[in-house]
Design a protein around this ligand. Sequence first.
Ligand code: AMP
Length: 212
Amino acid sequence: MKLILLGAPGAGKGTQAEVISDALKIPQISTGNILREAVKNGTDFGLKAKEAMDAGKLVSDEIVIGILKDRIAESDCENGYILDGFPRTVPQAEALSAMGISIDKVLEVYVSDEKIESRLSGRRVCESCGASYHIEFKPSKVDGVCDKCDGKTIIRKDDSPEVVKDRLKTYHDQTAPLKDYYGKLGKLETVIGQDEVADTTKLVLKAVGVNG
Ligand code: AMP
């Protein structure tokens, strides 16, 4: 199954992508995580991407499309994948289609901007593996330490309130048009993000056909 998770930054699509990935045994592909890794390692495209990421803007279509193409060519993607954070523009969606990739479903996790602004202030991410936590809604077992890899959990630079406002604007201007794009293809399903992560998870799993 090939799925796209759509949603504003902080709507919880990464967390839900992880759950679906475990349930369906298909990899979660987060372009944001791949880009952060590239920035950390100081690779060529990491250096190019950093400025846009720090400002809450999008990295160029050319760079992310290249990243995505390489990633989905890996062997673990043979039985499908969940795209988390890609596509983020209509040209990116068109590039997927031009690669001959047929997406089964696009799941939007909807959360209002007001809630997102308050949620992102409590978000923590693992600097090693990218796992995402929230100090109130999804704390790690040990404060500051990742449950999965024992890495350090930190506040993302682009989760600061000013950058969050820019990221939301970028989302509404450039990514939200994808709802129309996939809606017209009959692929879009919207799940309303609930206050409790577990409640959203139930809706998401139902939407992708997993019971329980
Ligand atoms: P995320 O972790 O998905 O919120 O992504 C963090 C940042 O990486 C975004 O604010 C963008 O600057 C960049 N990014 C991630 N995915 C994409 C994409 N598909 N297109 C352009 N920029 C992206």
